[in-house]
Design a protein around this ligand. Sequence first.
Ligand code: URP
Ligand code: ZN
Ligand code: ZN
Ligand code: ZN
Length: 465
Amino acid sequence: MSRTVVRGGLLVTAADEIPADVLVEDGTVAALAAPDSSAAAAWTADRVIDATGKYVVPGGVDAHTHFELPFGGTASSDTFATGTVAAAWGGTTTVVDFAVQPRGGALREGLDAWHAKADGQCAIDYAFHMILSDVNASTLKEMDLLVSEGCTSFKLFMAYPGVFYSDDGQILRAMQRAAGNGGLVMMHAENGIAIDVLVEQALAAGRTAPRYHGEVRRALLEAEATHRAIALARVAGSPLYVVHVSAQEAVAELAAARDLGLPVFGETCPQYLFLDVGRLDGPGFEGAKYVCSTPLRPREHQTALWRALRTDDLQVVSTDHCPFCFAGQKELGRGDFSRIPNGLPGVEHRMDLLHQAVVEGRISRRRWIELACAAPARMFGLAPRKGTIAPGSDADIVVYDPHARQTLSAATHHMNVDHSVYEGMEITGRVETVLSRGEVVLDRGTFTGRAGHGRHIARSTCQYL
Ligand code: URP
Ligand code: ZN
Ligand code: ZN
Ligand code: ZN
């Protein structure tokens, strides 16, 4: 039996902040005890990690990543190998990535393909959601099977006609199925039919630069789709989780639904909290680095998102990590913004960016852990193993130095992408040491993990009301 003790830190979970020592036995948390207590003094250990003056927090759960995602004629640039190492550097110890149903193919094919990409490659634990790109009778049946295999959530798209798009009838059927099998429907809520008209008109008028990506993907069309998704979920009697919420009008729809007591949930991402639409107007073609959907919005939307994170109208912060290099990938859209592959890198920086929000007084320390660890673990059937530090939970533990200073940069990050959307940003706080199921994968600034340590986690269904 291997035993590790993390001593002297301030244990911060979504529920508590208490000085506590943590005993880890064979990959799980065995006990917590007050520092200097007789219980803690009696523990023997192979390894003692000194966390004096540091926070001891659960490993982050990033419920929205895209490693090796084929998109726009290319594929996102992080593999499961590189992406999970970057996640570990940033204190994230579980990712939930999106397997994709091939259009005209089976869910099984998509899920098998994603297992093949990930198995044996990951430095930290991982799980899968399923993207439904073709809802039909056999797809609907397969949803039950996937739920029984631990792939318990399904992403549908109201955007991207001809690619991932589902119409309202397909969405309603998938939601009805999820209502019956305990699955969770995740929605990309943008009116893609209307957006495609605006894209066509913009291009015809010669408006081809990245900034027009932000103009055609109107906030109103995010809000309209969010409203429609909520109505469909209500009719189906299913819970709903809206991904990458960026528009304040969409937040208002979620808040109204929650005020009615509906099981409706929302996620936002660091890019929407820290970056605004002005980035799309950068010099030359630089704006392409900031092309993602939903798009970055004007400043006032950020204020609404931060508020919603405090009031629990939004419950989760995930990254939607979907990196494309500027050279050779983002550049595919020179002369036509609609050909810029959509997505931003970020899996490494979520815990730090949210800690910066703690430093700036936007959220509390416990809310930081709720949004980044506990809520995503609960919402996606990973609790109680993930998202907290408690007897019986996996020993996914981060020793976090709240006073260290760092500057985010492509020169120092570990994501496989040639730029940083946070280049030059100064952060107070830094991940010092990371345990994944009791194994030290980051040791005071040295990566000590390995590909293949990370395991697939079969997720359970949960109660959403
Ligand atoms: O721009 C984005 N978000 N790319 C990833 C795919 C998606 O819609 O989440
Ligand atoms: Zn999406
Ligand atoms: Zn995504
Ligand atoms: Zn291992």
